[in-house]
Structures are given as structure tokens and as C-alpha cells.
Design a protein around this ligand. Sequence first.
Ligand SMILES: Nc1ncnc2c1ncn2[C@@H]1O[C@H](COP(=O)(O)OP(=O)(O)OP(=O)(O)O)[C@@H](O)[C@H]1O
Ligand SMILES: [Mg+2]
Length: 558
Amino acid sequence: MLKVIRVVHKLIWLATDSIKLKIHFILNYAFGAVQGALMFFTPFALSEMVKSISQADNQKILYWFWMLVAMTVGLALSKFIVRFFFEYLSRIIPIKLKEKYYEKIYQQTYTWHTNNSVGYFLSIINDVSRIMRTWLWAMNFSYIPSLVFSIVFFIYTYIKSPYLFLYLFVGMAVFVILTRVFYTKRIYYTNETVQSDNNFNKIYTDFTYNVRSVKKMNLIHFVMNTLHNFSAVSFSNNRRLMRYNAKQWGFTELFLSGLFLIPTGFFIYQYLMTGQNIDLVIMIIAIQGNIQNIGREFMHLMTELADNKTHIDILEKHLEDLQGNANSKHTKHIKKWNKIVFDNMFFQFKMDNTKFKSCIQHIEIKRGDHIAIVGASGTGKSTFLNLLTRQLEPLSGSIKIDNIDYKDVADDFFNKNLTYISQDVELFNLSLYENITLGHKVKKQELDRILSGCCLTDLIAKNNNNMNLYIGEKGIKVSGGERQRINLARGLILNREILVLDEITANLDPKTTKKIWEFIFKEYKDKTIIAISHTPELLNHVNKVIEFNNGCGIIKTK
Ligand SMILES: Nc1ncnc2c1ncn2[C@@H]1O[C@H](COP(=O)(O)OP(=O)(O)OP(=O)(O)O)[C@@H](O)[C@H]1O
Ligand SMILES: [Mg+2]
């Protein structure tokens, strides 16, 4: 239980890192506590007032009357404030949590990204943030008020009758121990079911993200069969869990009712007969509701949190790399560079069974070089660019920039000097303008120059010169070739020192291809350009060629 609370608090703290949010959060707890105390004292004031009426003590009646009014107003006010904070926090916290996890995922290495499915993490993060809402709801409206109510009640009971206190206290202790036992078993079941649900969700997210390919290739039967197999496992596990839950609920309800009905009957018999302690009776009846409330919320929370905890464990376990791959070792800043040298470099993808090996004995890339990379498909050209741009790290040998090992080079060298236009075009469901400028300020004249150089003017004219139209999920509303040119334009806008271009003209007709290469080598001739292309056109513009064969690259003089 404590572990679960710790996890939740860690998450809340992860999300509420600003002082303002933390204060809101603490105030929320504080007003919940006020509400709980007032929930106790209101019936108490009522019973005192009833007592004074029976004693015909006018002064006391008036006193308790006003107390009652004040408490009722206080109760309404604290409920309002708690509600207010709930509405606020239950929206902000899940959103902040998503932001934080996005940042964490972003910071992972490229290898991590290739080994994990990001869509699946997205679904886990969504689950975690959804459950945070449930947790906040329970905390605000049941857990804190009922808990404070119960504490006040036990103090009061102790003052009234130590025996009653002892009875209820032991009862509570048994209850807590029992729920703990249930909980441990519950966690076991939940871990198992969440795991199988996750396997289902993993494959489901993947198929969903690729639904268009499924449709194009008419793979529905294959997809449905795979989904069905995964869902069958999930379903049988869930059924087992449900059966266990039902038994557990029945027993807890019975136990809690017994726990409070017995002392209530006992005290009604002992005290009410004598006309005394009406307050205590009212309170015992109220406490039954409250303790049951706590019990119910407690169980509910544990169920939700057990799910949540498994999700968080999965997330955190995969994100552990984050701490392992501390970026802090990248400390050496490079102002001006002259050459990048690969020496006896060897690389292999770790976890897959692929036999692919990448090796480079010696390659030098000088500042200002224009290099073409050629070779058949799958020979390791893109892998080379990933190594060059430090998305991947070699297993042995070295990549150095002016004698400084890549491992030590500070991130800002890559961030400031490098434009990597990769083969996978990833467009966002934003406007054409946003997709191209990606938040960078760019002068109209400069933008027009690049748009025309990338042969995008026609596309914009087609859209009535409106660059603010959204281009659909993954840029579905633009053609394959257009997508590629948008990708190129967004890279060129950055105007950086080294251009790394992976098959930027693969989907273009020969005329456009020629135009684009001419534009790049004319307008960016002072930059270092390293480009992969199957088109012979590229060879007209470069001073060096690197040829790849079975993962190994060698320099070929032209
Ligand atoms: N993340 C990965 N995990 C395991 N293997 C990979 C991964 N990425 C690529 N490979 C393998 O490495 C080999 C080289 O891939 P790479 O993308 O470098 O080829 P390429 O020369 O760029 O081919 P193309 O011309 O088709 O783009 C391929 O056989 C591929 O299966
Ligand atoms: Mg490639």
C-alpha cells in the first residue's frame, strides 16, 4: 500500500513541479481535511442543540444554532473549494504528466526508439494519466474528508468510552490487515492481467497506426486473427481477476457492516435507553458510512493503482536507460571543426537477430566536402548516417571530430551544426507553414527562396496560396513526393553547416530531381553536404563517393 501511495505521490510531484501547482495541491488536501472535521462536528452541534432544547436552555440553544449555521456554511464552502481545486488539478496534472513523459521519451537514444514501440508507450501514458484523475477524485471527495472524520471520531470516542474506542480500533486494525492480504494477492493477479492486456494493446496500437497500410494491402484477416489470439489470452486472465474481485468485495462489505452494526446496537441498547449520548449514536451511524466509504475508495484505489503501478513499472523500467545514458558525459564543446574521422569503426544492432554488421576502416569527412553515398538497398547507408549524426554509437573503434571522440562531444555541436533529413518523412497534423518552419522564425523572402528551390510553389498555389491548411495525420493530404520536398524545405530553413540528406529525391521525377540537386549544390555550396541517393545525377556534384557493400563503406575517389 505504502509503495503504491509513494508511486502516486512521485507521479503527482513529477507533474506538479511548479511551486504554484504544489501549493494548489496542498491547499486541496487542507480543505479536504477541514471538510472532514466539519462533517463530524455538524451532527455533533445538531445533537447538542437538540439536547439544549430538551433542557429548555435558551442561551445554549442560540449558541448551538449559530454554531450549526457557521458549520453548515463552512462545510459548503470547503466542499466548493475542494471541488474547485479538483477541477483544476485533475485537468492540469494528467496534462503535465504527459508533457513530462514526452520529454523523457524524447531524451531516449535512437537505439531505444528503434527497440521500443512509441505508440504503445503513448497508450500506457494515457492510462497512467487517466488513473491520476481517479486518484485525485478519490483523494478529494472521499479519502481525505473521511479519514479526518474518522480520526476526529476516534479521538472523541476515546474521550467518551475507552472500551468502545478499543473495540473499533481493533476492528479497524483487522480491516487494514485483511485488505493488505487481499491487496498482495490482487497485485499478483493484476500484474498478470495488465501484462497480457499490454501485449494486446501493443499490437493493437501498432495495427491502428498502420490501418491505412492494412487497408491498402487488404490484410484485415491477418490483423483480426492476430488480435483475436492476443485478446483471447487477455480475456481469460481478466475473467479470473473478476471472479476473485467479486469474492473479495462480498466479504469486505459483510465484514465492514458487521464491524459497525454490532457496536451501534450495543450502544443504542446501553445509552439511548438512558436518553444520553444521542450524539455518539448519530456519530456511530455516520462513521459506518464514512468508514465504508474509505473502505470502498480504498479498494477502488488499490484496484486502479495496482493497474497503474504495473504501467508505471513498465514505463520506468524502459526509461531507466535515461539515467544510464547520462548525457552529462557529452561535455566537450566544439566551436569550429575541420574533419570527422571514422577509424576501425564497428557497429551492430544489439537485440535483433539480424546478421547486419556495419564497419568502416577509415573515412575522413572534411569541412566543405560534398560526398555521395552509394550502394544497394540494405547495405547500411542510413545506418552510417545515424552513426555520423550520433543517433547510434559504435560498438568498437572510433568516430572523432578533430581528435575529440564523439562520445565526449557536447550535444550543442550536433544541435547547432547539423541538419539531418532522414529517409523517414514524419509530418505532423499541423499546417503546411508549421510543418515547414517548425517554430523557427523565417523571413518571407528566405522562405520563398527555399520553397521555390524545393519545387513546392505549385503545391502552395494549389492550396490557394494558403499555407495554413492542415495536412492531415502523418501528412496524408499531401503526396509522397510532396511530403519529401516539405521534409527537405524544413531542413534547409535551419541553415546549418552540415547537411546530411538521406534519399531526398527518391520519390521524384527525373526533372524535379535534377532541379533540386542543382539548387542544393548551387545555394549551399559552402556547406558540408553528405547525401545518399540512387540517382546518378548526384555524382555530378560531389568531390567524394563512399560506396557501401554488406555494411562496409569505403571511399572511392571519383
Ligand atoms: N533498428 C534496427 N534494428 C535492427 N536492424 C536494423 C535496424 N535498422 C536497420 N537494420 C538493418 O540494417 C541493415 C541496413 O539498414 P540501412 O537502413 O542502413 O540500409 P540502407 O543502405 O540505408 O538501405 P536503403 O537504401 O534501402 O535505405 C538492414 O538490413 C536492416 O535490416
Ligand atoms: Mg536507407
